[in-house]
Design a protein around this ligand. Structure first.
Ligand SMILES: NC(=O)c1ccc[n+]([C@@H]2O[C@H](COP(=O)([O-])OP(=O)(O)OC[C@H]3O[C@@H](n4cnc5c(N)ncnc54)[C@H](O)[C@@H]3O)[C@@H](O)[C@H]2O)c1
Length: 296
């Protein structure tokens, strides 16, 4: 029996289509199993512990290591809350091997975060940094390193959506109401003051507001520090009290009117959706951003 040439063309097209479905299926399966390998630095702390739980619950993430100089265990399954997890515990930076980690989540301390993030970038790991207290100079150095290594990363003074919105609203309001003071309130174990969020709010406001000395030029502080810290003429006040988590108010005053913008983080879980979004997206970039809004 003789087949017309059109038969062979159709047969070839069907074979190609079948092959393409098989390849698409393989790619899909591969994507499904290619979980993002995550390290949590500072896992013994309040934020680090909440982050370990979030990473563990997320089906797209694989917790491949945890790091904290305070750790005495060698595996997470030695910690009573995590007996089912087989994850190596490191207590020295040099023990961490870049090949086993894609993303480094850092909730540590102001005096260790720079070295941690530098090490992560050198190991070609994308850093997601929640730790506050980096200086502008340190941020610039890390950004230059990320650019050189072509690695995506994020430093977020606040991962809570309410804080991100507060900063955006405050920047908008400052265009019309340039007299502003910031009050941030945190738990009494916080090490740095003012908070990273308050400082970032002031920096964002200063982009739209001319530098201005507020209050009476003749004012005298009867108690030193009574008027708070000063950022380009804006006053920042830091409250530290037990029971608080993280809260901020931005107060604007105008002729016969005032505006207060406030956000409250009552639970550390509120930061986790922002951290998860950052972990999912960060490997698509090749620079180090400051502020969650840059990757939303
Ligand atoms: N960006 C945000 O949304 C956000 C939210 C809350 C807190 N924070 C910041 O996160 C940081 C941690 O806060 P916390 O309340 O969990 O503090 P914490 O004191 O409870 O925990 C810090 C942990 O880091 C560990 N640590 C110290 N040096 C380290 C190092 N070199 N490497 C790895 N781990 C190290 C400590 O042993 C401790 O276990 C602070 O800077 C805080 O301001 C940020």
């Amino acid at each position: 029996m003789r087949f017309s040439p059109i038969f062979f063309v159709i047969r070839e097209m069907m074979q190609a289509a079948k092959q393409s479905v098989r390849i698409r299926g393989r790619i899909k399966r591969k994507r499904m199993i290619a979980m993002i390998k995550v390290l949590v630095a500072g896992f013994k702390g309040r934020m680090g512990n909440t982050t370990v739980q979030m990473v563990n619950k997320n089906k797209d993430f694989e917790l491949t290591a945890v790091y904290d100089p305070r750790a005495t265990e060698s595996n997470l399954n030695e910690v009573s809350d995590y007996q089912e997890l087989d994850v190596p515990v490191y207590n020295q930076l040099q023990q961490i091997n870049g090949a086993e980690v894609d993303v480094w989540i850092d909730f540590t301390s102001p005096d260790s975060v720079f070295e941690n993030v530098k090490y992560a970038l050198e190991q070609r790991i994308s850093p997601i940094v929640g730790t506050t207290g980096l200086t502008d100079d340190q941020v610039s150095q890390l950004q230059a390193l990320a650019k050189k290594e072509k690695i995506g990363g994020l430093i977020a003074p606040n991962f809570g959506i309410s804080a991100v919105l507060l900063m955006q609203f405050a920047q908008q309001a400052a265009k019309y109401l340039p007299d502003v003071e910031i009050i941030e309130m945190h738990h009494n174990n916080k090490l740095d003051a003012p908070s990273g969020t308050a400082l970032n709010t002031a920096k964002l406001i200063s982009k739209v507001r001319k530098e201005k000395v507020q209050g009476n030029p003749q004012e005298k502080e009867v108690l030193p520090g009574a008027r708070g810290a000063d950022y380009e003429g804006m006053k920042i006040h830091s409250v530290r009290l037990p029971g608080y988590v993280a809260h901020e108010q931005v107060l604007f005053g105008g002729q016969g009117e005032a505006l207060t913008i406030r956000q409250d983080s009552f639970d550390r879980i509120s930061f986790m959706s922002g951290v998860a979004v950052a972990v999912s997206k960060i490997q698509n970039y090749n620079e180090l951003f400051v502020g969650l809004e840059n990757i939303l």
